[in-house]
Design a protein around this ligand. Structure first.
Ligand code: RIB
Length: 322
């Protein structure tokens, strides 16, 4: 069974330099030769979902320039339907300047270009056409708030499952929680969103903080909240349940963590689109994300369906024998 996934989000080209350490303000660091990769959280998640076996349509925008052409070509090569990506004449395409250190950690500076010009009307009209045959919609937040709100509201109106990846957390996002999207923040975003709701910045033990924040958001959305915790895997909470931890068992050589969260989101929606239980979907997404960090570039290490299935089997065997 193949799930139909719609992704609403940003499309970038990533210009990447690897350095021994990330520069601090005012510092000049000499790094590797420049590398160019496809990027953008929406586009990356769309590629992850397509490689994981979903039928994926991306809603977004690029400029009418060489970077836009490169972005669309690389998405098409990965089987993503880009016929609903707008090509905006007076905008430049989204660019991310990325520095990656030898531990695989990154720093990203974004020039949104066309991503910042996607209108709410465009998103609403396109979704209204596509939603009747969709299984799930993934929305990420590198696009204007009004476009994000239009995506979440329209998806909810059609009764289709919506996953909102609050990366980054932007003002007003908490107002969309009443529409009940499944949330997939990382630890920083989880804390930011929870603080925006409670008005209190918490301190204290890490796991307790994550757990408190999950309950805070869960109360607002009445939907699952899934936190990605990097090398710690994931913790999630479903309404009426208790916090569940999904550890990261695979021992991958970490080259570049850029795009790991996007891989998680793309694989998660692919699994949910075909009706997998949340626990299984999160587990598979954690495994896929841990595979994705083994190569430079957001998409280079993203696994395909077979690699995910093999890794899940290995993981299962390791669990049984431990
Ligand atoms: O999540 C990684 C992505 O964030 C990069 O590909 C970059 O384009 C930024 O959007």
């Amino acid at each position: 069974m193949v799930g139909k996934v719609i992704v609403v989000g940003a499309i970038n080209t990533d210009l990447v330099i690897t350095t021994p350490t990330l520069p601090v303000p005012g510092e000049t660091v000499v790094g590797s030769n420049l590398q160019t990769f496809g990027g953008g959280k929406g586009a990356n998640a769309a590629v992850a979902a397509s490689r994981a076996g979903a039928n994926v349509t991306l809603i977004g925008a690029v400029g009418n320039d060489e970077y836009g052409k490169y972005a669309l070509e690389s998405l098409q090569n990965d089987g993503v339907n880009v016929s609903n990506v707008a090509i905006l004449k007076n905008e430049t395409s989204g660019i991310a300047l990325i520095t990656v250190d030898t531990k695989g950690e990154n720093q990203i500076v974004l020039s949104p270009g066309a991503n910042g010009a996607i209108s709410a009307e465009y998103v609403r009209d396109t979704l209204t056409e596509l939603l009747p045959s969709a299984d799930i919609v993934l929305v990420s937040t590198e696009i204007p708030f009004k476009a994000i709100a239009a995506a979440v509201e329209t998806t909810s109106k059609f009764g289709v499952k919506c996953v909102l990846n609050p990366a980054p957390v932007i003002p007003g996002l908490e107002d969309l929680l009443a529409f009940g999207p499944i949330l997939t923040p990382n630890e920083i975003e989880l804390d930011e969103l929870a603080n925006n709701i409670t008005g209190v910045s918490k301190s204290g033990e890490r796991s307790e903080k994550v757990s408190d924040d999950l309950y805070t958001l869960n109360k607002k959305t009445e939907s699952a909240v899934i936190a990605t915790l990097g090398a710690e895997g994931s913790a999630f909470l479903i309404p009426g349940g208790e916090v569940e931890q999904i550890p990261c068992y695979l021992n991958t050589n970490v080259v570049d963590t850029t795009g790991a969260g996007d891989t998680f989101n793309g694989v998660l929606v692919t699994q949910l689109a075909v009706g997998e239980a949340l626990n299984t979907a999160v587990n598979t997404a954690v495994i896929a994300a841990s595979l994705s960090v083994s190569a430079a570039g957001a998409r280079e290490g993203m696994p395909d369906k077979d690699s995910i299935a093999n890794a899940c089997q290995q993981h299962l065997k390791a669990c049984i024998s431990s």
